[in-house]
Design a protein around this ligand. Structure first.
Ligand code: SAH
Ligand code: MG
Length: 201
């Protein structure tokens, strides 16, 4: 485990150098708390990047396994190498491709879903994971407050063109989860904002 801690530090440095948007330091305690509470056996992640959040979750839960999806083949290769060095390759299925295309090919159910891929597709991801959720599944979505532009301090600003679709889709995501029957959702301000939806049926 000490070795995994060193590896996580190395990944943080790698992410800084390559400007990879891994889970921010501010969001990590919330992520870990949520993972612990959900205590999943099977995890689904959309947006692997270098595998940082996946490894954090796997370190926390020695019996859990993860299916994680990344569309960028180069960064996925980096994740694969980190998983193997961390000794978790056997608990990891890394799928390379567009999450929206791969979701319908998955089978079984998941107890915890971490949505952290293209922000403009969050509503599609939410709908796409519904058939894959276990009865008491938890769905966490990162970056839902995107720099305060979605709700809160800067939400009155008209977002600049390159952010507009993303911001509108993140607002749509929050409306969707807050009105979803059978779910209880809380939006936490930590980091870039994280929405946690507990399925409660
Ligand atoms: N979860 C990671 C960070 C993910 S960054 C962590 O916290 O450590 C977001 C990643 O999602 C990027 O690597 C990007 O290539 C990937 N991505 C974006 N859109 C995607 C899509 N539609 N399908 C799969 N991966 C996607
Ligand atoms: Mg993120």
């Amino acid at each position: 485990m000490e070795y995994v801690d060193d590896l996580l530090r190395e990944m943080e440095m790698f992410a800084r150098e390559h400007e990879t948007p891994i889970l921010t330091e501010a969001a990590r305690p919330l992520f870990l708390r949520t993972v612990r509470e959900a205590a999943p056996r099977r995890i689904l992640e959309l947006g692997t990047a270098i595998g940082y959040s996946a490894l954090l979750a796997l370190r926390e839960l020695p019996d859990a396994e993860i299916v994680t999806i990344e569309r960028d083949a180069v960064i996925a290769e980096a994740a694969r190498s980190f998983f193997s060095r961390a000794g978790v390759a056997g608990r990891t299925a890394l799928l390379v491709g567009e999450a929206e295309k791969l979701l319908p090919t998955l089978s079984g159910t998941f107890d915890f879903v971490f949505i952290d891929a293209a922000k403009s597709r969050y509503p599609d991801f939410w709908l796409g994971v519904q058939p894959l959720l276990a009865p008491r599944a938890v769905v966490a979505a990162d970056n839902v407050l995107f720099r305060g532009l979605v709700e809160g301090e800067r939400s009155e600003e008209w977002p600049k063109h390159s952010y507009r679709t993303m911001v509108l889709q993140l607002r749509a995501y929050l409306r969707l989860v807050r009105s979803a029957e059978g779910f209880r959702t809380e939006v936490f301000p930590e980091g870039d904002g994280m929405a946690v939806s507990w399925r409660d049926e």
